[in-house]
Design a protein around this ligand. Structure first.
Ligand code: DGT
Ligand code: CA
Ligand code: CA
Ligand code: ZN
Length: 581
């Protein structure tokens, strides 16, 4: 359990205590602890066995320490578990609706004993919310709109959330004797940027007799974070987790594992095309096997590799299985050699305590070196981003100095001096030209005035691309997944200009962003624009998020050659100054 997950549980508990009408001192102690843990740089799980260290965190007293110990021991908080029993776990979903806080939820509960989203929506439609104290028709309309928004974006989960849940569940499954192979399939395996539900496949001896299957399903049903079971069949169980993520677990005999992996990895469109090919070749393909059409005898099924091979296809990596030309390319042996994590030589977008990051230059550098990078860049914010304590010219110059000093001290890694400079509303960059010219890496990003007319926004970005100091356009569309749409502009015009000026486009790996997306990345590649894959880390641990960027790059068919931060150091430095080869 990482600090963020702990903080979530504590925040939820505080809200539930408030709904329950408990005293404000107790509620505040949970919120304070949540906030302290969220902001703490050291992981609680690493220090939980040393009570003194935990108690040294401001906001954490003896009582909270006991809670934390319990959380690590049992995977849940008794206080929270009991409140959820009293009000039903659906209360946690209600709390996610914008503008619906514990106070209103408590009002609704005390008047109608309703604690789920559907129920509250029904009350609002029947005009029963406006009848509550301090509520009116306006509140009711706002609430309906918020529920609509919640529905639109709920249902899907960011890849890191899905991946974390999948990891926890597969660890739990691995403890059961008789499950030999366990793997996530579906959109998570394809590396999609958001995931609708988890598809987990399990094979082994426990899958093969009715009694054993029953025992296995019973074990799965006892998974602690499971909220409710949606369906249960002979070899499948579907359930919902506390955070509303749905999971399908399927039990398979080992000889079908490859066929099931292939089928349940999808995508649906890829499967349909593959099945048509199989039929043309005299086979049937389903989740159990690839079989001879006439004799129905299986010819492949234990591994995915043998299925693709029998269909005269090169093995197709999961990230490409979207029926976007991959089957044709696999037949002609023209599948791209997709970029891998090992190809990356550095990460050149990260923040430090000087602006809104949590670690120092040295701490970020140590983390980059541990990852095996050859180079990195510190790119703190510029002054336009006032809430992030962005740098003005003077502080930027001092920061360059500090970065150079840190670079002199560290061996085996080059720390480039960089900046993430704001693109102001008129397209000017937020720092003076001669300061920017001293930087090794200049990432220009839009962080304000998102709602300009598309023509104006295009002009703004074109000006930033044409600025001789710009090396990279950061998170080029500004979208925040499940939260904020991209700002509107003429992508093709920007890419054409970027190719001309040899300015790279960023693939920002932060799961909320994953910007550019796969479609735009393919478009960039067609236009001859190079990509830089970065994390935009605000904490040393964020450097790990680079793998989401790699997955996204692979879904866009990118190879090592398309990505500048696969280059050796000297060539990369030149590329940041518009010399791409
Ligand atoms: P998601 O969950 O919306 O993020 O996307 P997926 O791709 O995980 O979709 P899901 O969970 O509905 O189904 C998992 C895989 O199962 C899907 O990628 C392909 C396969 N599958 C599901 N339904 C069908 C179907 O009707 N025909 C075929 N050929 N395959 C299917
Ligand atoms: Ca799925
Ligand atoms: Ca599914
Ligand atoms: Zn940014």
């Amino acid at each position: 359990m990482d600090n963020k997950s702990i903080a979530t549980v504590l925040y939820e508990t505080a809200d539930l205590l408030e709904i329950d009408g408990q005293d404000s001192f107790r509620i505040r102690s949970y919120r304070n602890a949540a906030q302290a843990i969220e902001n703490h740089t050291e992981q609680i799980r690493d220090i939980i066995s040393e009570p003194k260290k935990v108690l040294a965190i401001p906001g954490i007293g003896k009582g909270m320490l006991v809670n934390l110990q319990e959380l690590f021991k049992d995977g849940q908080l008794t206080v929270q578990a009991e409140l959820l029993k009293k009000y039903h776990p659906s209360m946690l979903q209600l709390l996610k609706i914008q503008g619906l806080g514990p106070k209103t939820i408590a009002l609704i509960w005390s008047a109608y004993q309703v604690s789920d989203v559907d129920g509250v929506e029904k009350l609002a439609r029947e005009g029963k919310i406006r009848e509550l104290p301090r509520m009116g028709e306006k509140h009711e309309q706002k609430l309906l709109k918020a529920i609509e928004d919640y529905r639109r974006i709920s249902g899907r989960f960011l890849i890191d959330v899905a991946e974390t849940e999948a990891k926890k569940l597969t660890d739990y499954l691995a403890k059961f004797a008789g499950f030999d192979k366990i793997t996530p399939a579906g959109s998570l395996r394809r590396g999609r940027e958001t995931v609708g539900d988890l598809d987990i496949l399990v094979a082994g001896t426990a899958c093969c007799s009715p009694e054993e299957r029953q025992k296995s399903v019973r074990y799965i049903a006892q998974y602690p974070p499971l909220m409710d079971i949606i369906g249960q069949g002979d070899n499948k169980i579907s359930f919902r987790l506390r955070n509303d993520l749905q999971v399908d677990v399927r039990l398979l005999p080992p000889e079908s594992f490859g066929a099931a992996m292939q089928y349940f990895t999808g995508s649906k469109a890829h499967n349909v095309a593959l099945r048509q090919r199989a039929l043309k070749m005299g086979y049937t393909l389903n989740e159990y096997s690839l079989a001879d059409l006439k004799t129905e005898r299986p010819v492949a099924g234990r591994t995915e590799e043998e299925i693709y091979a029998k269909l005269n296809l090169e093995y197709i990596p999961p990230e490409l299985r979207e029926n976007l030309g991959e089957i044709d390319a696999a037949e002609k042996h023209t599948l791209p050699t997709l970029i891998t994590l090992d190809d990356l030589q550095g990460d050149v977008h990260m923040h430090t305590v000087e602006t809104d990051g949590r670690n120092t230059i040295e701490e970020m550098a140590d983390a980059a070196r541990v990852r095996g990078y050859k180079y990195m860049a510190i790119t703190d914010h510029s002054k336009n981003l006032a809430f992030a304590n962005g740098l003005d010219d003077k502080r930027a110059l001092a920061h360059i100095q500090r970065i150079r000093e840190a670079n002199d001290k560290i061996e085996g890694l080059t720390i480039f001096a960089g900046i993430e400079v704001d693109i102001l509303a008129d397209g000017d960059l937020d720092l003076s030209d001669d300061v920017l010219a001293q930087m090794d890496v200049v990432i220009a990003s839009v962080h304000s005035v998102f709602n300009q007319e598309p023509a104006k926004m295009t002009e703004r970005l074109l000006k930033a691309v044409a600025n001789p100091n710009t090396s990279i356009i950061g998170h080029p569309t500004g979208r925040l997944q499940l939260r904020r749409d991209a700002y509107q502009f003429d992508m093709d015009a920007i890419l054409t200009a970027a190719a001309h000026h040899k300015v790279a486009m960023e693939l920002n790996s932060y799961p909320d962003r994953l910007d550019l997306n796969d479609v735009h990345l393919r478009q960039a590649k067609q236009r001859g624009v190079k990509i830089v894959i970065n994390t935009d880390s605000h904490h040393a641990s964020h450097l790990d998020k680079i793998r989401y960027g790699i997955l996204q790059a692979r879904r866009a068919w990118l190879t090592k050659e398309d990505v500048l931060n696969t280059l050796p150091i000297r060539k990369f430095a030149n590329a940041m100054k518009h010399a791409w080869n």
